[in-house]
Design a protein around this ligand. Structure first.
Ligand code: G3D
Length: 198
């Protein structure tokens, strides 16, 4: 009887877990975004922006939405760390690619970097959310302009879900909508990349 009840309890309380990797060039705002997501969805204050330094290894965060848990891996953006990203592709359920919308000079480098990620077979079928960050700054390129650049690789994305959304990781604008979009896509994509069951 105990085994039966225990099994039922485990079934009723099981949680689906999804892994989301946060990629982008250095200084794009990946860590600021992760801290913002944590603050917004857990109520626990993340690091204040003046305490955030460049990501050298890996920053982790998790939030619960409904009966699902989203685990975020914020990977360092410096060029020599890009090779580490590949290790995380096979287990990831979605990719967030953060773009510094104030840095026009590096937009092409951003596009090339994302294109490389997309060309890797191990990311096939994984939804991609591109975030045009720092929209609170007047010099930020509008999302339409960034879309024009990233539409060039949209063909390579095949049938997978992708979207470019404007956000300010610092102020929090657009972050909730972005995570809700991502969560819906994770659910749609569960046949291709099934969640882990905890
Ligand atoms: P990274 O993890 O991608 O390397 P960080 O980037 O999160 O460390 O952010 C790099 C810098 O951009 C930080 O400024 C951070 O405060 C700033 N930043 C991140 N997101 C936003 C945003 O939405 N708006 C604005 N205005 N700034 C943002 P510092 O000065 O600490 O280098």
């Amino acid at each position: 009887m105990y085994t039966l009840l225990n099994g039922l309890y485990k079934y009723l309380t099981r949680q689906e877990e999804y892994y989301v990797i946060i990629l982008g060039l250095d200084n794009a705002g990946k860590t600021t975004l992760l801290e913002r997501i944590k603050t917004m969805f857990t109520g626990v204050r993340g690091l204040s922006p003046d305490k955030i330094g460049p990501t050298v290894g890996l920053n982790l965060g998790k939030i619960d939405i409904g009966r699902s848990r989203l685990k975020f891996w914020d990977l360092g953006g410096q060029r020599d760390l890009h090779s580490i990203w590949e290790r995380y592709y096979p287990e990831s359920h979605a990719i967030i690619f953060v773009i510094d919308a104030t840095d026009r000079a590096r937009l092409e480098e951003c596009r090339q970097t994302l294109e490389k990620v997309m060309m890797t077979g191990e990311t096939e079928g994984v939804p991609v959310l591109m975030l045009a960050n720092k929209q609170d700054l007047p010099v930020a390129m509008p999302v339409e302009e960034i879309k024009e650049t990233f539409n060039k690789i949209a063909y390579g994305l095949g049938a997978r879900e992708s979207k470019v959304l404007p956000v300010s990781a610092l102020a929090g604008d657009g972050v909730r909508d972005a995570i809700e979009w991502l969560y819906t896509r994770l659910q749609f994509n569960r046949e291709t990349r099934p969640p882990n069951i905890e």
